[in-house]
Each structure stands twice: as structure tokens, then as C-alpha cells.
Design a protein around this ligand. Sequence first.
Ligand code: SF4
Length: 234
Amino acid sequence: MSPASRSDGAMFANILEKIAGDVALAFSYQAEDVVVLHLLKTFVTRPVEIFTLDTQKLFPETAAYHATVERFFNVRIHARVPDAGATRQLEADLGQWGMRHSLANRHRCCKIRKVDPLESALVGKNAWITGLRAAQSVTRSDLCLLEYDTTHRIIKVNPLADWSEQEVFDHAARHRLPLHPLYGEGFRSIGCAPCTRAVGPDEDIRAGRWWWENPEHKECGLHLRPSPLPRGDK
Ligand code: SF4
């Protein structure tokens, strides 16, 4: 990591040691998540459950990559799936592409496929770890290393909050971490197949997510902005 970065694996481990109760890592196939998983395996000794939200709209490459990451780190990534009845009704109401027709439709799809399974995954947890970075988007610019997520009423740890995209890829390259194959095809963020595209070299890192929407709407409801915890080390 470059000297400009303020958070590192030791700081991450130190924070986790002070958190009582169960902790989970939300793994979403981004390069950031692979780096966080690497920090976790390198610096953290306490048990941490790793889960992913299988929206059932992921790219075909993602399933193979899931297995690759499990093998590489010798971990189990638990797939949380949406309610079958709710997704059936969603498909009946919106069809295959209806999430692109309005913000309300898109939010409804994200709620059923992501937000509700996330809430279920966080039941009984005291903290969740994410790979979010402040520089990723305007909706994350005030992100802190340690926050209280008032929406989900849980501590949120963002060990890469102050990392740049370059630092993430440098770390991954230095430690030869496996990256999602779509990074090799022009993607700079990995999400659901209907809502994610490759981006051009001059486009914003999140330009390929929900590209038909305004930047301030580009969240799926998982990461509504919480409150920073009172700390001096952000
Ligand atoms: S990202 Fe798209 S496909 Fe995935 S849950 Fe949200 S609206 Fe649905």
C-alpha cells in the first residue's frame, strides 16, 4: 500500500478485536472485497462469517469466480438468495428488463434481491465489513473507516475507506490475488448482469452501474449513509 493510505491491515485487525459479538464480511466480487478478504486472512484471527448476496441476476462468470476465491483463500462464502415467491412476483410484474424502466422498479428489484437478503444475513451480527471506498462515488464521499449504520443498526467497518482504486489493484497484483474475469473486459465495478456494463477509459469507475440513472441515485439500498463513530483515526 502506498504511504498515502491511512488504513492498513493492522489497523483493521485492531478495530475488529475491539468489537464484541459476531462479525460478517459482505463479499460482492469486487477487487476491493478480494483485498479485504486478503487483509482478513493475513491479519485477523477472530472468526468472521463471509457471505455474498446471490441476486440470481449475476453474470455467468461470477459463479466460477466464487469457486476460485473459495479455493484461493480456503474459505466458504455463504450465498444468500432472495425469497423465491418474491422474485417470481417481481419477474411477473416487471419482466426481464423492467428494473430499467423506472427508479421505483429498480429499487423494488434491489430490495427483494439485495436489501432483504442482506438484512437476513446481518441478523445476530454486531458488525459487518465491507470493501467500500470513499472515492468510489458521490454517494460515498463521506465514508469512514468505522461507522454506525443507522439503517441496519449495526457497526460497519470499511477498511479500504481511504484507499484509491490504484492502491487496491496494486495490492491485488503484489499478492497475486484472483480478480473477477470481467475486469479484463473493461468492467471497473462488478454487479448484476442487467445493471452493469463495461466502461470506457475516461468514464467514472461507477459509470457502468445503473448507467441510465443520475449519479446521486446509484445505490442499491445496501449502503445508505450511516453516522461516523467517534474516533480519531479516520
Ligand atoms: S442491481 Fe439490477 S438486477 Fe440486481 S437487484 Fe438491483 S435492479 Fe435487480
